[in-house]
Design a protein around this ligand. Structure first.
Ligand SMILES: Cc1ncc(COP(=O)(O)O)c(C=O)c1O
Length: 374
């Protein structure tokens, strides 16, 4: 379908108006975890939003510089080339991909897609809330199934909870905020069992850090399952959070439906994120370094928590989720006063989530946290 510029403007204005009418912008986390200014950000140890402290890679920086000469042009061909590269890596075709400004955009589109049909999203709880928040604001109802005793997604309970009202099952694997990962074969079996008229979204934002690795991705089921949407991001292991580059992978009819909920064509990404993502895919050494350093940071944290007797989950991501009665309500403020930001989700009282910074930053966190916990 082709649309002219005026139709496109009308559609996008309508889309943004409906989001604005549905409520205030999506709030992420709680107030004390955000830097108050760019200057402050520079001086803080940021262990709050699961960013990669090593990115972007040198090759991504170079690609951005080299693309400067194109910056007055729309990046259509570069977008198609990046899709081809992703497709070749995963035995898929470019029609299976929608590139977006971070995977947040895919999650918001999916949430709205369900909400506008007044559908139901079935989700483990707690999990990453973006799709649920956008869905709810657009009219979806949300049904939550608690994680199991080990903070893992309870696939049996989730399967039992699917009814004729379920429109979308959302699964974040590995799960944010608990850092737990599902065995690949269990998740595959679950996906195959979901009725084909129910959409499944698997959010794989942290897959590169997982024990299974990207080989455990549900992308291998895309050709088989017409109801599966996988979303991925370059924000985490590739270290491009500030560039905003994510994507959805699914069969073409779903990608077309999402694109039509979007702008009608793909231009929410620009040259810098596209060329940086493309260069990052060709730089496995950088990715390996980030994953190895992340393991090093996690080990430091595990060691400290073991020493203090804090309960934590061994993490398949770049953050560690832990629980302890000593995590009182103002621990975040105390840490912030010492220049360290971590996260505590407002609905939960006895846990914290610490993103894996550089080893020196984790050591500093351990030194300061010890004063309050031990
Ligand atoms: C599980 C999960 N999915 C998606 C995102 C969104 O990331 P982005 O929009 O930067 O791709 C995040 C960010 O923290 C996340 O934790």
């Amino acid at each position: 379908m082709s649309i002219n510029r005026r139709q496109w403007l009308q559609q996008s204005l309508f889309a943004s108006a409906s989001i604005l009418l549905a409520g205030s912008p999506v709030a992420v986390g709680c107030a004390s975890e955000k830097p108050r200014s760019l200057r402050e950000k520079d001086n803080l140890i940021l262990l709050n939003w699961n960013e990669n402290p090593y990115g972007p890679s040198e090759s991504a920086r170079k690609a951005i510089n080299d693309a400067m000469k194109f910056m007055n042009r729309y990046p259509d061909e570069a977008i198609e080339e990046l899709k081809d590269k992703l497709a070749a890596k995963n035995d898929l075709s470019r029609e299976n991909f929608l590139l977006t400004a971070g995977s947040t955009e895919v999650l918001s589109l999916l949430g709205q897609h369900v909400g506008l049909q007044k559908g139901e999203i079935l989700t483990p709880f707690p999990t990453f809330p973006t799709a649920l928040r956008f869905g709810e604001r657009a009219g979806a109802s949300i049904r939550k199934v608690n994680l199991d005793a080990n903070d893992r997604v309870d696939l049996d309970a989730l399967n039992d909870a699917i009814t004729s009202k379920t429109t979308l099952v959302f699964i974040c694997n590995p799960n944010n905020p608990t850092g737990t990962e599902l065995p690949t074969e269990d998740l595959k079996r679950f996906c195959r069992n979901v009725p084909s008229n129910v959409l499944i979204c698997v959010d794989e934002a942290y897959m590169e850090y997982s024990v299974a690795g990207v080989e455990g991705s549900m992308l291998s089921l895309i050709n088989e399952l017409p109801n599966l949407v996988v979303c991925r991001t370059f924000s985490k292991a590739y270290g491009l959070a500030g560039l905003r580059m994510g994507y959805a992978v699914s069969q073409q009819k779903n990608i077309d439906a999402l694109r039509n909920r979007h702008l009608g064509f793909e231009l929410s990404t620009g040259w810098p994120p596209v060329v940086a993502a493309s260069a990052s895919l060709d730089d496995p050494d950088f990715l390996d370094m980030c994953i190895a350093k992340n393991e090093e940071g996690k080990s430091l944290l595990y060691e400290a928590y073991d020493k203090w007797g804090v309960r934590y989950n061994r993490s398949s991501t770049n953050f560690v989720y832990s629980r302890d009665d000593r995590f009182e309500s103002n621990l975040l403020d105390k840490l912030r006063n010492r220049g360290i930001l971590i996260t505590k989700w407002p609905t939960m009282t006895d846990h914290i989530r610490v993103s894996i910074g550089k080893p020196d930053q984790i050591k500093k966190y351990i030194e300061v946290a010890e004063e309050y916990l031990v």
